[in-house]
Every structure is written in structure tokens, then in C-alpha cells.
Design a protein around this ligand. Structure first.
Ligand code: UD1
Length: 431
């Protein structure tokens, strides 16, 4: 298993180009199942998660062609026909979002057998809202032995679906299914995340009729068939936010390009409140901190445009060396403080109680061996390592490879002392 070693102390100075969003790319890839024409996705991140999904889609009948186009990495996905509607446990457990193939498979073929994703390290994460939405659209759902057996012999029909609480995945899954249902679907209390808008834009390019994406009410008028399209994946706001925190932590000046400041505004306001400088540009953002110690600030995670739960671990790392005490409240996922005990191994002073963590800033972290527990937690340990005295070695970095493209390369280009220690190949994947 690979590890990442970081020697702390170097400021970050330079430019980091932000990749396409993992969380959007994998839903857009699933959309390719909805048409027999090619879908070309540009600004594609090359990640373990996109590879996992590519493997699953290939089994279902998609020809997945990763190539380099004029504007960088792109993926051409072409599903002339669905050759199998079966998504096995081994593939779905590797990445929870693979479950999103269920709706498109039902929409295209009238039936599917897809493994339930199972739990993961950041809480129970059920899929009840996904299944209720599909049932409302006319799918008959049976659960046996860890699998969802779904049928819609007479096709799917539009419905009014009110989500009891906001779920990004369930909103996207309902959209991916309703675009080919007969009649109109209204999704109320829908998620408003930028990736939802990205999915709607791509579906509309394919001939779908989706309106209201980015607001709590999304309307979809079903169409008989969808066509191919070309779509650029939205910038990865979580990657951008992660490097923004890294720059505030290490000091120096980092310019993030190919991204949008408005997508991480909640984070940028907190970074400013903590004492770093933020310059919002047309094509990105500059983060600057010269010398002065950061101050502790409190955060509450929330649905977009609130503070993203996927940036909570990184911000906690930042607060470990800020002056004063910070309270971090996690409102989206239970059990999402697995990084706290690992940060404590670097000397951080953190007390977790239920959904709340109190971080008392210390002068200096000390390098140690630590272990990644999930995708965002693992990058928080790398960020902490950037300022820790001595060497920090982060194990289980396959978590990082799921969601961060060329992480070491991007940090090294800004002056960080980061290297990958190659280990034996492993098939162990948890989330
Ligand atoms: C997506 C993102 C993830 C991000 C999260 C919240 C992807 C691949 N992942 O995850 O990075 O942290 O949004 O912004 O896009 N829930 C249920 N039943 C359901 C569905 C969800 O109880 O059927 C709960 C979850 O356990 C969680 C909350 O709803 O507590 C929100 O989850 P959701 O918005 O669905 O997150 P994901 O789509 O899984």
C-alpha cells in the first residue's frame, strides 16, 4: 500500500490548476447509460473513483475511452446497448456512487439488479430516499440478500417527490431516472449543490427537459430518448477548497486556477475570518498568508451554499494551529470526525462529543505516522503535515487517490516537501 511522506515547514507558493469535480464526473458518467449515442466528457479528473465506475459501466455495455483532447483529459462513453443490468456487490462496494446506475438501467431497460452499497466509514449512509424516489417514478423494488431487484415493465411515469431532507445523491438519482419517464416530475426539497446544476446542464444538452436545478424545486419533463452530447465537467470545489486551506495553513501565496471562488464562498469567508487574505478572480482565487498566526473560528457544516462537509476535516487541520479555541459542528454525516484522533497523533488538542468537535490551537504540530480513514480525512492529514515539525507519513492513501488528482505533484510544484512511498499493490478499498 502506498504512503505519503511530508516534511513540514515549507510555505506554498505557485499556481495550482483545479481538476474537474469527482462528485460530478461520476454522475455524468452514469448519465451515459441513458443514451445509445456517445457522451463526451471533457475536463475529466483521472481518479480511482472514475476508474471504478468505468469498470462497472464496461460490464453494463459502455465502451469507455479515456483520451487526451485539446483541452486536456476527456472520456468518451458510448453504450450502444445495455448488455447487462447487473451491478455486483464487488464493484458497488468499491464506490457508493456506483449505486446511481440503478435508475438509468431501469429507465433504459425496464429492469435492474444492483447491489446495495453498504455502510462506509462516515456513517450509515442509507439509500432509502433513492429507493423511495424510484418507487414514486413507478419502479417496483424488492430487496433480497443485499441486492435491489427493480422492475418497471410498463415504463416509468413522472411523479411529485418531496424529499424529507436534502440528499445530493437521491436528488441526482431521481433526475437521472425521471428524464426518461413519461410526463412531468417535480422534485421538492431537492439538493442545490453546483454538481446538481452540472448534471442538469449535461442532461439538457442530451435533450432532456430539466429546469430549476440549483433551486429546491426541480421540474423534469420526460422525453422518449436522449442523444449524445459534449460536456465539460464542473470544477472540483472540494479540491479547490482543500488547496485554499493548505495555502492558509502553510503560508505563502497560491493561485488556484480553472475554478470559481463563488463555489467555495462559505469556506473563503472563514479563511478570511481566520486571518488569511483571499483575492477573488474571474478564473479562480488567490490565497495569501504572510507570517501572522491564524485565529480560531467556528464552523457549522451545511448543505450548499453552506460550509461543505467535505471540507470540514481540512478546516479542522487548519484550526489545530490557530490561536484560540474553535468549535466545529458536523450536521450532514454522523461519525465524520475520524480524522480527529489521527490529528491528535500529530499533537493536536481536539475533543469530540457527538456531532461537535472543540479544537484548541497549539503552537506547532509534530510529525508522526498517521492513517487515512476516508477520502477527505486523509487529505486533512497531508495538510497538517505541511506545517508539522519533522516528517509525517500518511498510510492508506488509496483513500486520497479516489478523489485527488496528482496531489503530490500539485503540492510539490508549490514548494512543498511531499513524496509518495510506493508499497505493495492492494485490493483493499473501503468506501
Ligand atoms: C454526496 C457527495 C459527498 C458529500 C455529500 C454531502 C458524491 C459522490 N458524494 O454524498 O462527497 O459529502 O453529498 O454534500 O457526490 N441519506 C439518507 N438516505 C438516503 C440518502 C442520504 O439518510 O437515501 C443521508 C446521508 O446518510 C447523509 C445525508 O442524508 O446523512 C446527506 O447525504 P447525501 O446528500 O445523500 O450525500 P451523498 O449523495 O451520499
Amino acid at each position: 500500500m502506498d504512503r505519503i511522506a511530508i516534511v513540514g515547514g515549507a510555505p506554498l507558493n505557485g499556481v495550482i490548476q483545479i481538476s474537474g469535480a469527482k462528485n460530478s464526473a461520476i454522475k455524468l458518467m452514469a448519465a451515459s447509460l441513458l443514451t445509445d449515442e456517445p457522451l463526451r466528457l471533457t475536463n475529466m479528473p483521472r481518479l480511482a473513483d472514475t476508474r471504478f465506475l468505468g469498470t462497472l459501466l464496461t460490464r453494463l455495455g459502455t465502451i469507455v475511452d479515456e483520451r487526451t483532447g485539446d483541452a486536456g483529459a476527456e472520456t468518451l462513453l458510448h453504450t450502444p446497448e445495455i448488455v447487462s443490468s447487473f451491478a455486483p456487490y464487488d464493484l458497488v462496494r468499491q464506490m457508493r456512487a456506483s449505486f446511481n446506475v440503478l435508475g438509468p438501467l431501469i429507465a433504459r431497460t425496464g429492469q435492474a439488479k444492483v447491489s446495495l452499497p453498504g455502510g462506509c466509514t462516515i456513517g450509515a449512509r442509507p439509500v432509502d430516499l433513492h429507493l423511495k424516489a424510484l418507487e414514486a417514478l413507478g419502479a417496483q423494488i424488492d430487496l433480497h440478500e443485499g441486492y435491489v431487484y427493480a422492475q418497471a415493465p410498463r415504463g416509468l411515469t413522472g411523479a411529485e417527490i418531496t424529499f424529507p431532507f436534502v440528499s445530493v445523491g437521491a436528488t441526482e438519482h431521481a433526475m437521472l431516472t425521471a428524464v426518461l419517464a413519461r410526463g412531468e416530475t417535480v422534485l421538492a426539497n431537492a439538493a442545490c449543490e453546483p454538481e446538481i446544476i452540472d448534471l442538469a446542464e449535461c442532461l439538457n444538452k442530451m435533450g432532456a427537459k430539466v429546469s430549476g436545478a440549483g433551486t429546491p424545486v426541480i421540474r423534469i419533463v420526460g422525453v422518449d430518448r436522449l442523444s449524445g452530447a459534449t460536456h465539460a465537467v464542473i470544477t472540483d470545489r472540494i479540491e479547490a477548497g482543500t488547496y485554499a486551506v493548505a495555502a492558509a495553513m502553510a503560508g505563502g501565496e497560491v493561485r488556484l486556477t480553472n475554478t470559481r471562488a463563488d463555489l467555495i464562498e462559505a469556506l473563503l469567508l472563514k479563511i478570511e475570518e481566520a486571518g488569511a487574505e483571499v483575492e477573488r478572480m474571474d478564473d479562480g482565487v488567490i490565497i495569501r498568508r504572510n507570517g501572522a498566526r491564524l485565529k480560531a473560528v467556528d464552523i457549522d457544516t451545511g448543505v450548499y451554499p453552506g460550509f461543505a462537509t467535505d471540507l470540514q476535516a481540512q478546516f479542522m487541520a487548519l484550526m489545530t494551529v490557530a490561536e484560540g479555541e474553535s468549535t466545529i459542528r458536523e450536521h450532514i454525516f454522523e461519525n465524520r470526525f475520524m480524522h480527529a484522533p489521527e490529528l491528535a497523533r500529530l499533537g493536536a488538542d481536539i475533543t469530540v462529543s457527538g456531532g461537535e468537535a472543540r479544537v484548541r490551537g497549539i503552537d506547532m504540530l509534530e510529525g508522526a505516522q498517521v492513517m487515512a480513514t476516508d477520502l477527505r480525512a486523509s487529505v486533512s492529514l497531508v495538510i497538517a503535515g505541511l506545517v508539522a515539525r519533522g516528517e509525517t507519513v500518511v498510510g492508506r492513501v488509496y483513500h486520497l487517490d479516489r478523489g485527488f488528482e496528482r496531489l503530490e505533484e500539485k503540492l510539490v510544484a508549490c514548494g512543498a516537501n511531499v513524496r509518495r512511498i510506493k508499497g505493495a499493490a492492494t485490493a483493499e478499498i473501503e468506501d
